[in-house]
Design a protein around this ligand. Structure first.
Ligand code: ADP
Ligand code: GLC
Length: 489
């Protein structure tokens, strides 16, 4: 089966969050299942710079633009990456979506519409490459126009659209329908209109043969008004083709027994190296080197989704507890400022690093005792899985993929061996504080704590099972494609 995997970011070429991790690892797991996979993404300056060698596969004009299709190889893997090189749109420094002021690039609609048009041409084998995918697997709003544009053809490959985060929808002013040359008939709330705006994500949600999201829990939640971001009605309408597949993680990249970024290696049979990492982290961040003081870690985009403001509200209570807190993140400027101010007031308790730092992220996962993730919603969440694998006990909200991966600690779950973390049931600072106190009490019992750590470390979060589920999803998509070019099984 041939798969064209479409994403606006992929680790290690470029990453702003979990989508990058998934696009950098799921296609490789699909290769292991003997599928013929190509990953396609925009040729951002940063991404191109990571590739030592690329071949030009094709060149086309799209409107007034000349676009080059380059092929490279994802570093450290045999996976072929196709890069859509349109310098006017993608040859810019920094973040793929935001300018240096943290504002969306003003021409994002044009940029990702162009990307989608090129993907559509390739998906229809219209670039002279003699390669036509059976499945076009789109991810998030940046790729949403692909299933819609493909629908304009009499025959097309099957389409799968994965929702990584329904809060980001790619909404643009109405005049873009004309500017982008989209069919006028799409301007209807049955198609791409969303409350007077053009919605890219609706292209995927309305037209894809199959829709899925990144955990079974979030697949249920997005069909409710509370988590549906105004799209729950449409998603309920399409519930017969909507499912949830839990993300896997790259178990080589995130392995405490071999991670080259760590001070010391460890595994479930011998956790002593974790202490060394804790000490190194305390030293590096200027915290008192106290081995028995519980150290709580957090690595996150600083946005409302992640509940950072809930942590800030809990701070007066938190700083009175015997603990240290290490946070790495960037995003909302107001949250950044509040965090920095607090860290200055409590230098022995709080260490805040503003920015994006892959190395420090690994060192926090390894050096912390607990990991805090009080998200208001969480489609899947990868950091709680990294934490479980690193023996860093997660404290999470009971939402989405967090609830699907973390089992709260109680007498019962300790007895049956499933306890691996702590769950907060509401999104208020009092409940958070109470749960953190509950975790601190358990931390004092060394044997019990070690049980929590090893339970998490022994869980299988590899892509193996989930990649198999994607294969089944692809088969279903192929069967339900009414415009198939191929004979279906
Ligand atoms: P989301 O995609 O919503 O941001 P996930 O938990 O799925 O959340 O994935 C976030 C990914 O981004 C993780 O790999 C995490 O380590 C990484 N990450 C987030 N912020 C930073 C940062 N400031 N520095 C380094 N890595 C970060
Ligand atoms: C999104 C979600 C996150 C998920 C990631 C990868 O960014 O916010 O929960 O893990 O996508 O699917």
């Amino acid at each position: 089966m041939r798969i064209l995997f479409v994403s606006s970011e992929a680790y290690p070429l470029i990453k702003t969050g979990g989508l990058g991790d998934v696009a950098g690892s799921l296609p490789r797991a699909l290769l292991d299942l003997q599928l013929d996979v190509r990953l396609i993404m925009p040729a951002y300056a940063v991404a191109l710079g990571q590739l030592t060698e690329t071949n030009i596969l094709a060149q086309f004009s799209e409107g007034t633009d000349t676009v080059t299709l380059r092929e490279g190889q994802l570093p450290g893997s045999p996976l072929k990456v196709w890069l859509v090189d349109a310098p006017g749109y993608f040859d810019r420094p920094g973040n793929p979506y935001l300018d240096s002021n943290g504002e969306p690039w003003a021409d994002n609609a044009e940029r990702f519409a162009l990307f989608c048009r090129i993907v559509t041409r390739l998906a229809l084998n219209q670039a002279g490459l003699n390669w036509m995918p059976d499945i076009v697997h789109c991810n998030d709003w940046q790729t949403g126009l692909v299933p819609a544009l493909l629908e304009l053809s009499a025959q097309r490959p099957a389409t799968v659209f994965t929702i990584h985060n329904l809060a980001y929808q790619g909404l643009f002013p109405a005049d873009n329908v004309q500017k982008l040359g989209l069919p006028a008939s799409w301007w209807s709330h049955h198609v791409l209109e969303f409350h007077g705006q053009l919605s890219f994500i609706k292209g995927g949600l309305v037209f894809a043969d199959r829709i899925n999201t990144v955990s079974p829990g979030y697949a249920r939640e997005i069909q409710t008004a509370e988590f549906g971001n105004g799209l729950d009605g449409l998603l309920r309408h399409r519930s017969d083709v909507l499912s949830g597949i839990l993300n896997g993680i790259d178990t080589e990249e995130w392995n405490p027994a071999t991670d080259p970024l760590l001070e010391s290696h460890y595994d479930a049979n011998n956790l002593s190296g974790k202490q060394t990492n804790k000490r190194a982290l305390q030293t590096a961040l200027g915290l008192p080197r106290k081995p028995r003081t519980p150290l709580i870690g957090l690595v996150s985009r600083l946005v409302s989704q992640k509940g950072i403001d809930i942590i800030l509200d809990a701070m007066p209570g938190l700083v009175k507890l015997p603990l240290q807190l290490v946070l790495l993140g960037s995003g909302d400027r107001a949250l950044e400022t509040r965090l920095i101010t607090l860290a200055r007031q409590h230098p022995n308790k709080l260490a805040i690093s503003i920015g994006y730092d892959e190395t420090l992220a690994h060192r926090i996962e390894a050096g912390a005792d607990m990991y805090l993730m009080p998200s208001r919603f969480e489609p899947c969440g990868l950091n709680q899985m990294y934490s479980l694998r690193y023996g860093t006990v997660p404290i999470v909200r009971n939402v989405g993929g967090l609830a699907d991966t973390v089992t709260d600690t109680s007498a019962k779950t300790l007895a049956n061996g499933t306890a691996n973390g702590f769950i907060v049931n509401t999104d208020d600072s009092l409940a958070l504080l109470k749960t953190i106190k509950r975790a601190l009490r358990r931390y004092r019992d060394k044997a019990q704590w070690q049980q929590l750590q090893t339970t998490g470390m022994q869980q299988d979060f590899s892509w193996r099972n989930s990649a198999q589920e994607y294969l089944t999803l692809y088969r279903h998509a192929r069967q339900s494609n009414p415009k198939s070019v191929f004979n279906t099984e």
